[in-house]
Design a binder for this molecule. Sequence first.
Ligand code: G3P
Ligand code: CA
Length: 240
Amino acid sequence: MAHIFAHRGSAGTHPENTMVSFMEAERVQADGIELDVQLAKDGVVVVIHDETVNRTTDGTGWVGQMTYRQLRKLNANYEFKQYGFCPIPSLQEVLEWVQGNSLLINIELKNNLVPYERLEEKTIELVERYRLASRVIFSSFNHESMATCRTLAPHIETALLYMEKLHQPWNYAHTLRALALHPYHPTVDRSFVEAAHANDLLVRPFTINKEERMKTMFQYKVNGIFTDFPEKAKHIREKT
Ligand code: G3P
Ligand code: CA
């Protein structure tokens, strides 16, 4: 059965990458959450998608040039006013909360544009501190970083994120010791999923919000999907 990962929490209905968004994923019984991490100026691993706070908060500036204390004052709820003030979570805060449930956690390292120093080490340290390795998947568009994670923590699964269609990326993925491919969903068809499985790679396409496309992905027997609407995805999965 394909796992349903609530993308940036439940970003279709709640402020992305905030605790209320992750809690909504738990409420609708998604299998997992997906979140994005970066490093604040003082080395705190924070949960936010963009390299600046401009789009998702009421502040401006680069994430990496602000301390966690400064970031924490910002309101990361730019869209769903009914949820009021929603701070940028630290990864520590999310992992503490996750300890009380059974959600899988896809931690996307957002280090493909800004090369955060030791983001891999700091993220792994937190996952180990909360003993969550068996429930964590690391992913990134920075594939070298995924190889680094496997070297530092060989027991934690890694996945390669990519946008463009790749031709038979099996050997490439094996060389990086990745266990999964996380492709942009329009690049995925049935033969790709079958070939990936034949080459011992899991497939979890992103980000799928249309019901018809969810159904198609489930029929292809992908291992998981990322969606902003996990509740809707659960209904589609039950009917497929
Ligand atoms: O992990 C899947 C997806 O989150 C990757 O794209 O831009 O939403 O982080 P993005
Ligand atoms: Ca992401």
